[in-house]
Ligand binder design. Structure first.
Ligand code: CLR
Length: 423
């Protein structure tokens, strides 16, 4: 028997399993919201926030007009916009080239933060969100596994990769800026076409709302990101420059890929709101295999990632990708879990511009959550996530949330009419 046979079999089962989750997504992606423009009241952010200096986001009560019609679970799903980069990475023969694409993926999620100075809905404990893309071959799932502190556990799968991690942030309002520090580690298991399996990890950089006092609130992203390939030893460091006073430093990202022997192989640079390039670092061209080494313009930078077009006029400054996230239709509604974000009435009302109704509904569902927590406490019960459990990564020795893989199986049975979702 062919040595690669077990690997091929595993791949076939994986592809078949992912495809079962595409049921409900037959109608394709949504192109626009019901509403053409949001007419949210324009209130000064500073006027509302000035009494909240030193507070974190969980302790702030803001009028619903400061929200956008997404949930924090969906904001994590936004990481999926540029998964093409992961598919490309899997096709590269050289691990340093794979690293270039993986690092670009890690940086790609920040483009959509621009113009989004709004609070996503806080997920309820046990709230879930699923998103699958038949055209891209992946499925994504996330569950809110803790309320205080808010933690979401996510797991995405495609034939060539698994992407998983914990979304938890520490936030603080400093007056001048409002900083959001992501805490969790993100894991990528890549299955390159050339064989084997690799583990990459990284942490996200700080997001910050600046310009609050001057009345020009803007989202900036800054800090050092280190993407590690634990299997082959490459490391990519990316420096997201803080905007600062000079306009020239805005959106800048610069870094390099260092191979397992400690030698710099690629320089990476560009702007996270626009394009990211990579250039072979002189002196090491000869060691690179694959198409890029045969091209004549070896030391010319090549484009690794480019931001999708951002048409103006989408309500709440959402991106076209985000518009697809909260879509629900008659095919999807019967198969998603009753805990899915898409079914939250408050967020739906927000999306449709019914802000007063959104506010009362938000209150109602949050009160219900409080009552449920009190009941749990009275009965001495502890909340247990339904779809994840805590585990420890063998490679990095870090704790992470292990997906029990039941969600999509139950969903398949529901879709076939063999089972009903538990309420
Ligand atoms: C950053 C990437 C992480 C997930 C994540 C969690 C919290 C998000 C943050 C991202 C982006 C910025 C964010 C933040 C919550 C609040 C903050 C949306 C997506 C906004 C800009 C704060 C608005 C300020 C209010 C006071 C109006 O993986």
């Amino acid at each position: 028997k062919d040595e690669t046979q077990p690997e091929t079999d595993a791949k076939d089962t994986r592809v078949a399993s992912i495809q079962t989750s595409f049921k409900g997504y037959e109608d394709g992606i949504r192109k626009k919201l019901k509403m053409d423009a949001d007419d949210r009241p324009k209130i000064s952010l500073w006027g509302i926030l000035k009494s909240m200096i030193g507070k974190d986001m969980t302790k702030m009560t803001l009028p619903v007009s400061f929200n956008e019609p997404t949930s924090l679970l969906q904001r994590v799903a936004e990481d999926m916009e540029y998964t093409d980069l992961l598919d490309i990475a899997a096709e590269r023969q050289d691990p340093t080239e794979r690293m270039v694409y993986v690092a670009a993926f890690a940086a790609s999620e920040y483009a959509s933060t621009i113009g989004r100075v709004a609070k996503p809905f806080n997920p309820l404990l046990g709230e879930t969100y699923e998103y699958a893309r038949p055209d891209k071959g992946y499925r994504f799932f996330i569950e809110q596994v803790s309320h205080h502190p808010p933690i979401g556990a996510a797991w995405a799968e495609a034939p060539k990769w698994d992407y998983y991690g914990e979304s938890a942030v520490r936030s603080k309002f400093y007056g001048k800026s409002f900083d959001i520090n992501p805490l969790g580690t993100w894991f990528l298991k890549l299955r390159p076409s050339s064989g084997g399996e690799e583990l990459y990890t990284w942490k996200k950089v700080t997001s910050s709302v600046i310009g609050i006092i001057t009345g020009n609130p803007t989202v900036d992203n800054y800090g050092l990101m280190e993407v590690k390939n634990h299997t082959t030893g490459e490391v990519c460091t990316l420096d997201f420059k803080a905007r600062g006073w000079k306009a020239s430093s805005a959106y800048q990202v610069a870094g390099k890929v260092v191979d397992a022997r400690g030698q710099t192989r690629w320089s990476i640079g560009g702007r996270w709101n626009d394009k990211i390039y990579a250039r072979l670092t002189p002196g090491y061209e000869d060691t690179v295999t694959g198409p890029s080494s045969s091209s004549k313009d070896k030391d010319q930078a090549f484009l690794v990632w480019e931001c999708h077009k951002r048409p103006t006029g989408i309500p709440f400054n959402l991106t076209p990708f985000v518009v697809t996230l909260n879509d629900v239709n008659d095919k999807l509604r019967p198969v998603i879990a009753p805990t899915d974000t898409r079914l939250r009435p408050d967020q739906r009302a927000m999306e449709d511009g019914e802000y007063d109704f959104a506010a009362t509904e938000k209150n109602r569902v949050e009160e219900k959550q409080r009552a449920r927590r009190k009941q749990r406490e009275a009965e001495g019960e502890e909340f247990m996530p339904r779809w994840f459990r805590k585990g420890k990564c063998e490679v990095t020795r870090e704790e992470y949330w292990v997906f029990n893989h039941e969600y999509w199986r139950v969903r398949e049975q529901v879709a076939k009419g063999e089972k009903k979702w538990e309420q």
